[in-house]
Design a protein around this ligand. Structure first.
Ligand code: ADQ
Length: 466
């Protein structure tokens, strides 16, 4: 019988309550179908390059296969090629790309190590689902070892326009490796279009209207599968005692004040400094918000080993300090900036009482926070989602107030519109958005990707020993 082999940079742990929707969905799929989850164990060991130990343990119907990395692999593959080259480039930040000669060598070798471990675990009927930019060349490495299994890939981040993709160091090699998959899933139709345009313009291959692209003698199917969240699980958090306590306490404190809430990892793609400028502009231009509207910004640290992340932290602290210095009063602080992880039960509570969900990334694959905010709004008095047109979520969530976060003036105007929107319009927008979030939840996303992977014609394999 065919099992599911999920491969992601970081190994999930089904024995602990899953933190994010993705882990929930993948655990769910693995538990139903049975299978193996392969990923970095989180351990840094002192082994030679490529010798990362594999430890396998069984949790229910799922085998967890964790691979250790050594320090050089972690630095050059994870912090290096994945997060200092691919992450910035795919988010249109070529200015932040920083390369070292060792980066792509380790990126390739860690992918090869993953492939060697997977090849020993896999059975001929198994279906393999690879996740995200850390593991783009994995299918090529697996094919080189003779695997004929169906292999799908899902890219969680945006696929860049062809001009930007063309600037990625070793980019043609990277793009070529995508053609060893049977199915590539993107977050949006815009990403699919970018991929096809890249093939047409840079690889010089004819691209038809359908969803197949042929290059390097291989044909791959490319489609969009917008990721969703686990709506039931997130909503259920509001019934927990802790959530109710938080809601009561915050309501008492707020005394009629309005909360504008933003939640994301402290990443330059999320547009946090621009958001501070937008809020500052709101207070200057619409002084009725002074003493009334508070920006709650929750932004835990992430990837601190990469320089660009230290810079953004400093900038954000400076900007939030400046806004507070300009507008704070004895009994009101305009910006509440929390630089740490917050329990999901608390996040759900905070979202549910916030008048505005302010989600203004400069570029984002999807953005699940936009969906999480909508999912817990009270239907009788819902808040308003202000959403960047550059988040993948904007392709579906058209009833949000869509903004260009680079345009500080216009976004401040839209924020004011959100804060003063009449109940009837808020309810109409909420009803439409809530229906979309429910219909496209993470379980549907997972099922539709796997159905598509089962139905695509597997690749014939000339040139597999690349
Ligand atoms: P991320 O860039 O991490 O994911 P996002 O989709 O918003 O972005 O998911 C973040 C998750 O972490 C959300 O579930 C959010 O609630 C949670 N989170 C954020 N800050 C938190 C905090 N302070 N405390 C606790 N939880 C917090 C990548 C891509 C996205 C894509 C997802 C899924 O960059 O574009 O939507 O993968 O494919």
């Amino acid at each position: 019988m065919s099992r599911l082999i999920v491969v992601s940079n970081r190994l999930g742990d089904p024995s602990k309550p899953a933190k994010g929707g993705l882990a929930v969905a993948l655990n769910g799929a693995l538990n139903t179908i049975g299978g193996v989850w392969v990923g970095w164990s989180g351990n840094i060991s002192e082994t030679a390059d490529g010798d990362g130990k594999l430890s396998v343990r069984q949790v229910g119907k799922v085998e967890l296969a964790g691979i250790d990395l050594n320090q050089a692999e972690y630095d050059n593959y994870y912090l290096g090629y994945a997060n200092s080259v691919l992450w910035p480039a795919f988010h249109h930040r070529l200015d932040l790309v920083s390369t070292e000669p060792e980066f792509d060598k380790f990126y390739r070798s860690v992918n090869r190590t993953f492939a060697h471990h997977i090849a020993r675990l896999v059975e001929p009927e198994d279906v393999i689902w690879v996740h995200d930019y850390h593991l783009v060349p994995l299918a090529m490495e697996l094919r080189a070892l003779g695997l004929k299994n169906r292999i799908g890939f899902f890219l969680h981040i945006p696929f860049p326009p062809s001009q930007i993709a063309a600037a990625i160091p070793d980019g043609v090699w990277l793009m070529r490796t995508l053609f060893y998959y049977d199915l590539i899933g993107f977050q949006t139709q815009a990403d699919v279009t970018n991929f096809k345009l890249y093939a047409e313009r840079r690889l010089d291959v004819p691209v038809e209207d359908g969803d197949q692209v042929t290059a390097f003698g291989r044909t791959v199917t490319a489609r969009s599968f917008p990721i969703g969240m686990d709506v039931d699980q997130f909503r259920a958090l509001l019934d927990e005692e802790e959530a109710q306590e938080v809601i009561t306490r915050l309501r008492e404190k707020a005394r009629g004040r309005k909360w504008i809430t933003g939640v994301e990892r402290l990443d330059y793609s999320k547009g946090l400094p621009d958001r501070m400028r937008i809020f500052q502009r709101l207070l200057r231009k619409y002084p009725d918000n002074i003493g009334v509207s508070t920006l709650v910004q929750i932004a835990p640290p992430t990837r601190e080993g990469v320089d660009a992340y230290a810079d953004i932290r400093q900038e954000l602290e400076q900007l939030s300090g400046a806004v507070n210095g300009e507008f704070a009063t004895i009994d009101w602080t305009p910006v509440r900036y929390i630089h740490r992880q917050v329990a999901r039960v608390r996040l759900a509570a905070i979202f549910s009482i916030s008048k505005v969900g302010l989600v203004t990334p400069l570029r984002d694959g999807m953005n699940l926070v936009a969906k999480e905010y909508v999912s817990v709004q009270p239907p009788d008095d819902p808040g308003v989602l202000v959403l960047s047109q550059f988040a993948g979520a904007a392709e579906e969530m058209t009833e949000a107030l869509l903004v260009n976060p680079y345009d500080v003036e216009a976004t401040a105007d839209t924020l004011q519109r959100a804060l003063t929107m009449p109940l009837e319009e808020r309810q109409e927008r909420f009803q439409a958005l809530s229906g979309k979030v429910e219909d496209g939840d993470v379980v549907t996303w997972c099922r539709s990707f796997l159905e598509a992977l089962h139905s695509v014609k597997p690749q014939s394999s000339p040139g597999d020993n690349a």
